[in-house]
Design a binder for this molecule. Structure first.
Ligand code: SF4
Length: 389
């Protein structure tokens, strides 16, 4: 990994971002001030995954094919770079036909958010060489969920049921016996589950509502007597705390204080990097800003939560790269509620403005630099001259 670090840095580093960071995260000229959140961009898990992918390419002979399960992280530019190294992408959950095309000793990279137990087993049976970049923080969630399963406690996972990390986590709940899980996405879903625990309800409706988000054979009348909360590592901290608080409150009402340990468990599995980025954004949002730019892949969970935090306070634009800021009059940005890119006109107000900037844990600094340069360019200011002066 050490041997590839210079190459990795050359692809993703930004001297400009480091310089702005060193001077307090602020850059100002004429009518435009940009303020960076104190923590943003690549986290330790992402850095490690990328280093391992580059190291794998360097370690194995050039003619040996290397495959990657899905995306190494949720950032299109980084995934393009990985493909440029000659690493081929196969689906995150390959079918048997796709697996059959792999040969014994082919190298397969497991991404930072891990893979499902069954996929891993099949790759091992096939004799593939695995380069496992799963983040340690994701593995901590797996450990917790396996523990719940062993104790016949149903895992209630606060997360996105279709996200690779949550799929990998749910597979851990059922891999070693008869464990069960249910994924809840938000507080409305949590309240629905709480009502069901307390008062029962329409089982068919319950199962239809959570289709695709519970374990095979899950029965809400049977498997909600003892629950343990875990979460996708990149959810909003405040929301995850509220999910566990509401579930605990309902279990206390139903079973009482003396029985609570038999019916409710909780373990905080939000990762440190997600937490740091959310805390830093909260501090940035406490300052006077005119708008916020959030940079990152549109399928990145932690980035979408940063955008959500911004949206609650001020005009927020979630973009995957600087090219989305087409002009002062037009920006194309991701609307996560509609799950599509939308256009906003006259998004950059005239006159003196302060723009906040943050980026998800899968966003490299060079994309943040492009964004900063583009913002100043739209105001007719060259960052080069600005830094020289
Ligand atoms: S966001 Fe957290 S869990 Fe995900 S790779 Fe980074 S450090 Fe690991």
């Amino acid at each position: 990994m050490e041997a590839v670090q210079a190459q990795v840095l050359s692809h993703y580093r930004s001297e400009l971002v480091e310089r702005i960071r060193a001077q307090g995260g602020v850059l100002s000229a004429d009518s435009l001030t940009i303020k960076l959140a104190k923590e943003f961009g690549f986290c330790y898990g992402v850095e490690r995954a990328i280093d391992l992918a580059y190291a794998a390419r360097k370690s194995f002979p050039a003619e040996k094919p290397i495959y990657l399960l899905g995306e190494i992280i949720h950032n299109p530019e980084v995934n393009d770079q990985i493909r440029n190294l000659g690493i081929k992408t196969i689906p995150n959950k390959p079918t048997d036909a796709e697996l059959n095309q792999l040969q014994r000793e082919d190298v397969v990279i497991i991404p930072a958010f891990g893979t499902e137990v069954a996929t891993r087993r099949k790759l091992e049976e096939k004799g593939c060489v695995l380069v496992d970049t799963t983040c340690g923080d994701v593995m901590s969630v797996w450990k917790r969920v396996r523990q719940y399963s062993k104790e016949a406690v149903t895992s209630i996972i606060h997360g996105k049921a279709k996200h690779e990390e949550t799929k990998a986590t749910t597979s851990q709940a059922t891999a070693y016996g008869t464990g069960h899980y249910l994924v809840v996405y938000n507080l409305d879903e949590t309240d629905y589950v709480c009502d069901y625990i307390l008062s029962g309800g329409d089982k068919a409706e319950f199962l239809a509502k959570f289709r695709g988000a519970f374990s095979p054979g899950f029965d809400p009348d049977v498997h909600l007597h003892a629950v343990g909360v875990a979460n996708q590592t990149t959810m909003l901290r405040g929301e995850t705390e509220e999910v566990q608080r509401r579930l605990k409150a309902v279990m206390l009402r139903k079973y009482g204080e003396s029985e609570i340990d038999r019916h409710f468990r909780f373990f905080d599995t939000i990762c440190g990097a997600t937490q740091d980025r959310q805390d830093a954004l909260q501090k940035l949002l406490a300052q006077p800003l005119d708008l916020l730019i959030v940079i990152g892949g549109y399928n990145s969970s932690n980035t979408s939560h940063l955008a959500e935090m911004g949206e609650a306070k001020l005009p927020t634009y979630f973009i995957k790269n600087a090219a989305k800021m087409e002009s002062e009059k037009m920006i194309r940005h991701y609307n996560q509620h509609r799950r599509e890119e939308v256009e906003t006109k006259s998004w950059l107000p005239a006159g003196k403005i302060t723009v906040g900037i943050t980026a998800g844990a899968s966003c490299p600094n060079n994309l943040i630099e492009d964004t900063i340069r583009r913002l100043f360019e739209l105001r007719g200011i060259s960052v080069q001259q600005l830094l020289a002066s």
